[in-house]
Write a protein that binds this ligand. Structure first.
Ligand code: SAM
Length: 488
């Protein structure tokens, strides 16, 4: 396990990481580099440190966060009861992989979160015939999933159920489905046992379903949460759980979640409201709306109403329309609005390769602004608006905040509770006070900071001290951004 800590200004040595850094198109790479080399940031931290942070970001993105985070349904049972139930389930599941119990930490600042360290990188070796999976499937394997058959691209010619195989991710999307041998760029994810033969995967008349390879020796070991205590725990990244708390909804309120599927944040908001009041969930893609309803049902939250609707058009001019009739709604219908915006997703981890064009990456800013206009209109005076994304660009984060403060004089930035991430990144002309009100989760460790706190390890989980573990869990998350506004 690599535990080396870099000094200020030092570059990130490649051998410290298990996987190569994320592959981006050259123009996207340059765009992102410019974001992290912007004049304001360079003036604040210096050229060398800015460059080091960018390099480290590229490596961090290809590796999984060092903790798996689950949200506990504390509206249904006390946290400790849920923790005990989880421990029992994991004891059974993990007994063949891990001696003793996997530690489950609670979080001192986020009361409904449980954190499980990801064990790895482990010294597994690729000694078996190769199975190649697509990058998305590979990312899921690194977060604890088995290999589901639709994600398999290539298997050995005579693979049958029961064979030992070594699983690799096709990080550049070059492997053709059904091939028997692949020489392109791939990374090793661990060893497993085939649950199906090659012909079951590629020659079936029906679309193939179910587990294709059961992972027995993954490079990064995390529990599988597939159907594990479905009403009591919900797999959700730590910054996403923070969003629900920052919104601060109270029982009896009327809350709008404008971009809601699959309903992770919707269901959290409803749980924090103890099921009292109304949470309206809008989602543009019809097939995803059912997922919101299923999650609401599994978590026993019946104050959620989900609609398939384009949120850009969610304000109606007809003031006679009753707000409880479903979208569109009259202006000033909601006590709180969450805009968890569609975004370029460049903070998601692990992500070994992104094939998106620069045009795609930069297409989100105008869309987010349209949604923002609706959000402000639908919010009551005195109401709270939270804007969040899971990306690391300035254009979709701090620049949006600067634009919103300019465009809507009725909005002011508010402090966030809890505030466990870093502050906003310089580069969009916001003042230091404004940046302090923003919450940016950056997987990059800042060196030479005012606190002088030791940096957390680049891979693997730090030693047993709970305060240090929490520091690592807060710092080594997906990339994420949260801004909270009050409308007056
Ligand atoms: C970042 S995801 C939301 C994740 C969700 N808030 C959660 O926590 O589970 C953004 C969602 O917005 C949806 N979306 C995109 N444009 C939309 C629009 N104009 N109106 C409503 N939903 C939209 C996307 O289909 C996607 O499901």
């Amino acid at each position: 396990m690599a535990r080396l800590i870099l000094g200020p200004g030092q570059h990130v040595p490649e051998e410290m990481f298990v996987f190569p850094k994320i592959t981006l198109r050259p123009d996207v790479h340059q765009y992102l580099r410019n974001v992290f080399q912007n004049k304001e940031l360079v003036a604040a931290v210096g050229q060398v440190e800015a460059e080091r942070r960018f390099e480290e970001l590229l490596y961090r993105l290809s590796h999984p966060p060092s903790f798996t985070c689950v949200r506990a349904s504390t509206h249904l049972a006390p946290l400790n009861t849920i923790r005990e139930r989880l421990l029992e389930e994991l004891r059974e599941q993990m007994s063949c992989h891990y001696p003793g119990d996997i530690p489950i930490l609670s979080h001192t600042h986020v009361p409904d979160v449980l954190l499980l360290p990801v064990i790895g990188p482990r010294p597994a070796l690729p000694q078996n015939p190769e199975v190649i999976v697509g990058a998305l499937c590979g990312n899921a394997v690194l977060r604890g999933a088995h290999v589901f058959a639709p994600g398999i691209l290539s298997t050995p010619k005579y693979m049958k159920a029961g064979d030992l195989v070594s699983v690799f991710s096709d990080i550049e999307g070059k492997c053709t489905r059904g091939s028997k041998d692949f020489q392109g760029k791939k990374v090793f994810l661990g060893n497993g046992i085939a649950k199906m033969g090659r012909s079951d995967i590629f020659c079936s008349d029906e679309p193939v379903k179910g587990v294709g390879v059961r992972m027995v020796e993954p490079v990064y070991l995390s529990p599988s949460f597939d159907n594990l205590l479905p009403s009591l725990v919900f797999l959700q990244n730590l910054p996403s759980v923070v969003v629900g708390h920052v919104l601060g909804s109270q029982p009896g309120e009327r809350v709008l979640d404008m971009c809601a599927a699959p309903g992770g944040k919707t269901s959290h908001i409803a749980a924090l409201m103890k099921g009292q009041g109304e949470v309206i969930a809008l989602e543009k893609i019809r097939s995803k709306v059912e997922r919101i309803r299923q999650n609401a049902q599994a978590l026993q939250l019946d104050c959620i109403k989900a609609y398939c609707f384009n949120s850009i058009q969610a304000v109606c001019s007809d003031h006679a329309q009753k707000p409880d009739e479903g979208p569109p709604f009259p202006a000033e219908s909601f006590d709180r609005v969450l805009l968890d915006a569609p975004c370029s997703g460049l903070g998601q981890r692990p992500n070994m390769g992104c094939s998106w064009s620069l045009r795609e990456i930069t297409s989100y800013q105008p869309l987010q602004r349209k949604l923002f206009h609706t959000a402000v209109q639908l919010l009551k005076k005195g109401g709270v608006l939270v804007y969040s994304t899971c990306t690391v660009t300035l254009a979709e984060n701090e620049e949006q905040v600067a634009w919103a403060l300019d465009t809507f004089p009725c909005l002011s930035l508010q402090p966030q509770e809890p505030h466990i991430g870093g502050e906003g990144m310089p580069g969009a002309g916001l003042s230091p006070e404004q940046l302090r009100l923003l919450q940016r989760f950056s997987p990059v460790q800042e060196r030479g900071g005012a606190t002088g706190a030791p940096a957390v390890p680049l891979t693997g989980v730090a030693g047993g001290d709970p305060a240090r573990l929490l520091q690592q869990a807060n710092a080594d998350t997906i990339g994420f951004f949260i801004a909270k506004f009050l409308k007056t």
